[in-house]
Design a protein around this ligand. Structure first.
Ligand SMILES: N[C@@H](CCC(=O)N[C@@H](CS)C(=O)NCC(=O)O)C(=O)O
Length: 211
């Protein structure tokens, strides 16, 4: 598998977490969002929206390009079920998916690069906009996770919810968010960061990192 991604992109970080958790080898292909490589024709053929991550998979010679981190989670879960990132019961699976979607569709799109660039062009203070949605989204996540959290965001094993949490807190700090306001989320982040597979997926450990 090849992962077209960018070290600081939160959706890319989510997929790296899933791949490293499952112990799946992959080739890291950097796509710089700073120099605009996501808009190059070659990349647009893989992701017409011009987004990372894109996972290239080769199923017996049939090459496919999967975009959207949660759709990639689904593929990895079905294709490599041995180390699951979802619990067993249908209700628990729904709850984990809901936590992941709170981040995926309820927070990240509001601070995506193209969203912020467009807001800026309209004269909106894009940093205030981003901070608002990050803070309100994390507040909702803290509340929604509380009844079912354990050592991790859902129960006592690492799930898709954690794959979304870590990059979102990383992004929140980038945008100056006050993550200390969310003690449950930061407690779980500390636990996650102790895991060796998480260390390998972190933005600062990637070959294109500029830290
Ligand atoms: N919902 C998508 C989001 C993909 C996405 O928004 N990627 C961002 C980086 S995190 C991107 O490529 N942005 C480039 C741009 O906006 O120009 C996912 O989960 O993969």
């Amino acid at each position: 598998m090849k992962l077209f991604n960018y070290w600081r992109s939160s959706s890319s970080y989510r997929v790296r977490l899933a791949l490293h958790f499952k112990g799946l080898p992959f080739e890291y292909v950097p796509v710089s969002l700073i120099t605009g490589e996501q808009h190059a024709i070659g990349h647009r053929m893989k992701s017409p929206a011009g987004y990372v991550p894109v996972l290239e998979v080769d199923e017996g010679g049939a090459v496919a390009h999967l975009s959207q981190s949660v759709a990639i989670f689904e593929y990895l879960e079905e294709r490599y079920p041995e180390k699951p990132l979802l619990p067993k019961s249908p209700v628990a699976r729904g709850q984990v998916r809901a936590l992941a979607e709170l981040v995926n569709s309820g927070i990240q799109p509001f601070h995506n690069l193209s969203t912020l660039n467009h807001l800026k062009s309209l004269g909106v203070d894009e940093k205030k906009w981003a901070a608002h949605f990050i803070d309100s989204g994390l507040a909702a996540l803290e509340k929604q996770a509380a009844p079912t959290a354990g050592a991790f965001l859902f129960g006592d094993t690492f799930t898709w919810a954690d794959c979304c949490l870590l990059p979102q807190l990383f992004g929140a700090r980038r945008f100056g968010g006050n993550v200390d306001a969310f003690p449950l989320l930061t407690r779980i982040e500390t636990k996650c960061l102790e895991q060796p597979f998480v260390k390998a997926a972190r933005p600062d450990a990637q070959p294109d990192a500029q830290v």
